[in-house]
Ligand binder design. Structure first.
Ligand code: BEZ
Length: 234
């Protein structure tokens, strides 16, 4: 098993040194409709537009099964799945591996650590979904997806995107913080400052008209540095 893992990482790393011209890789942007697809996953075939209706979706890719950083990340998602559920959010993973590799890896991690990846993981062996979502970044790797995270709201609009390279693991606290922040901003129609976390004051969106500016200046319930930087508790 150890030799297989080393071999796999070596192949991916070697590709990183064979820099290629970028292909016509679509890069979805914040505000775009999440591209629809049908894919084979560890929980069966899923049509994305039918999955988790009325919920948020965190769609994330990892470079390869049976690799160390990916195992820590996937375990992180699984161990904190309850927190995503509490935020009305479903998880969906992806890598350019076969369904057989996914099943073997899920089983191996379960047997070795007790952590079970029970959310769907897309077997994107033909790279269809990775290409749709700009997860293939050829100058990083031609055959492995980068570590992407797409935050997709219940209207199936992409609201936030993270991209990490192959050799740096993501931060689960930040993923959950960003998801919470998106939901709080929507619910209260506010903006959120640097390092905002639950319980912190929020920012009143800066005024766009003289009337809105006058309203903020007259508002005695908020804290103000000036009219363009006013905060309040929610
Ligand atoms: C990892 O998950 O450990 C990994 C995957 C691909 C390249 C390098 C590291």
């Amino acid at each position: 098993m150890f030799a297989v893992v080393i071999d796999k990482i070596a192949t991916i790393m070697e590709e990183q040194t064979n820099m290629e011209e970028p292909t016509n890789n679509i890069m979805p942007r914040i505000g775009d409709a999440a591209p629809d697809f049908e894919a084979v996953t560890t929980t069966g075939t899923i049509r994305f537009s039918d999955f988790a209706k009325d919920k948020w979706i965190v769609l994330f890719s990892h470079p390869a099964d049976f690799t160390p950083v990916c195992t820590t990340e996937m375990s992180g998602f699984a161990e904190r799945k309850d927190e995503f559920t509490a935020l009305n959010t479903e998880l969906m993973g992806l890598s350019i591996d076969s369904i057989h590799a996914h099943l073997a890896w899920v089983n191996n991690v379960h047997e070795n650590t007790g952590v079970y990846f029970d959310f769907p993981i897309i077997a994107d062996i033909d790279m269809k979904v990775s290409k749709l979502y700009g997860m293939l970044q050829p100058n990083e790797s031609a055959t492995a997806a980068v570590r992407a995270v797409f935050f997709i709201d219940p209207t199936k609009t992409i609201r936030l995107i993270m991209y990490y390279p192959l050799n740096v693991g993501r931060n689960m606290d930040e993923i959950l913080r960003a998801l919470t922040a998106l939901q709080v901003a929507d619910k209260h129609k506010v903006a959120l400052p640097l390092n905002w976390t639950t319980g912190d004051k929020v920012i009143i969106p800066p005024p766009k008209t003289l009337d809105e500016m006058a309203d903020i200046i007259a508002d005695t319930t908020c804290e103000k540095v000036d009219f363009y930087l006013a905060t309040k508790a929610i």
